[in-house]
Design a protein around this ligand. Structure first.
Ligand SMILES: Nc1ncnc2c1ncn2[C@@H]1O[C@H](COP(=O)(O)OP(=O)(O)OP(=O)(O)O)[C@@H](O)[C@H]1O
Length: 332
């Protein structure tokens, strides 16, 4: 059991069709597979609308997938009922971009977090106060914050409360969906530092959804790059973010804001993220890729490049030591 990944996502698909464009292929998540190992912090990046939130919501069970499996530890989500489903819900928590959507305006911080402890019976009643104070300290909240209500808290404090509640459930995995992007820059840095400190202190794995490459570089040891519902590149953060192989990742990084100007402006994609222009069996990036070639009409398999670095691009295959013959949408 302990050697199993915290999370395995297997061929997960969740599609939304556009009623205005019935002939276009649907948007959402298309056959995504990946693992998050125990204690690992994995980033999920990609342009707005590429399916990051849909994937996160399917993983925590807020959205039902059309097909595929979510496996947490040794438990397959699609097969759960009753007590097992309850255990799953305890084990997989989510922190949203806007914490006010999950806090209860009528509950003090203390009552709100205590509710999570009681829901999942993680500690005995007599130990609740000690546990809640310890959780407050863990996320960097002063003890007096526990008696306040959400409207009496700053945005950063609210986000820390949301993290506190997630941690109170002692989860296996926490999905953090753009947890700092609604905060002021200075508060963002403080909350990110707390998140980084938490990594060594709690056993949970994190799936960190973001469109901010700098944040992912700081927080995550591994990164998944998503485009139009498909993972197009994945690997250790320092490798993927310093030496991206897929033209989409290169363009995404070239477009990321930087403090110092780049000597080389890098690759850029043409047009906008539009699914209607993509045929189901071709490379999803082809219509916008400046390096597109005839062979891109067939979706490229993932190429294994080096220790966990993989890219779904024919160009990557030209330089890859070996070829994995499954496509990005079909990996198991
Ligand atoms: N409930 C829904 N009904 C119809 N379409 C949806 C629904 N939820 C998401 N979509 C569509 O699915 C696609 C992926 O959306 P999603 O929110 O997952 O992307 P995202 O990468 O998280 O974007 P952002 O960074 O802007 O949050 C988008 O085109 C979106 O419009």
């Amino acid at each position: 059991m302990n050697d199993l990944p915290s999370l395995s996502v297997r061929k997960l698909t969740k599609l939304f069709s556009d009623p205005d464009r019935p002939d276009a292929i649907s948007v959402g998540v298309r056959g995504v597979s990946f693992d998050v190992e125990r204690g690992e912090v994995v980033g999920l990046i990609g342009e707005s609308g590429c399916g990051k939130t849909t994937l996160g919501r399917c993983i925590v069970g807020l959205q039902s997938a059309d097909s595929g499996d979510i496996v947490v530890g040794d438990t397959i989500f699609s097969a759960l009922r009753g007590k097992a489903l309850r255990r799953f819900r305890k084990n997989v928590q989510i922190v949203f971009q806007r914490p006010e959507t999950s806090l209860n305006p009528r509950m003090s911080v203390y009552t709100f977090v205590r509710q999570a402890l009681r829901n999942f019976a993680t500690v005995r009643k007599g130990e609740e106060r000690v546990r809640i104070e310890a959780l407050a300290a863990l996320v960097g909240l002063r003890p007096d914050t526990l008696d306040r209500f959400p409207h009496q808290l700053s945005g950063g404090e609210r986000q820390r409360v949301a993290m506190m509640r997630a941690l109170a459930c002692e989860p296996e995995l926490i999905v953090l969906d753009e947890p700092t992007s609604a905060l002021d820059v200075s508060v963002q840095a403080q909350v990110l530092r707390t998140l980084k400190d938490l990594q060594g202190e709690v056993g949970a794995s994190f799936l960190f959804i973001s469109h901010d490459v700098a944040v992912v570089r700081y927080i995550c040891s591994r990164v998944l790059v998503m485009y139009l519902g498909v993972i197009v590149e994945e690997g250790p953060s320092e490798t993927v973010l310093a030496h991206p192989v897929h033209p989409y990742t290169q363009a995404l990084l070239a477009a990321a804001p930087r403090i110092t100007p780049k000597p080389d402006p890098g690759l850029s994609l043409t047009g906008e993220l539009v699914l209607g222009d993509v045929r189901p069996h071709e490379c999803p990036v082809r219509p916008r890729c400046p390096l597109a070639h005839d062979r891109c009409h067939k979706a490229p398999p993932m190429a294994d490049l080096s220790s966990g670095h993989r890219a779904a691009c024919w160009l990557a295959h030209d330089s890859a030591p070996s070829t994995n013959m499954t496509t990005a949408r079909e990996r198991t």
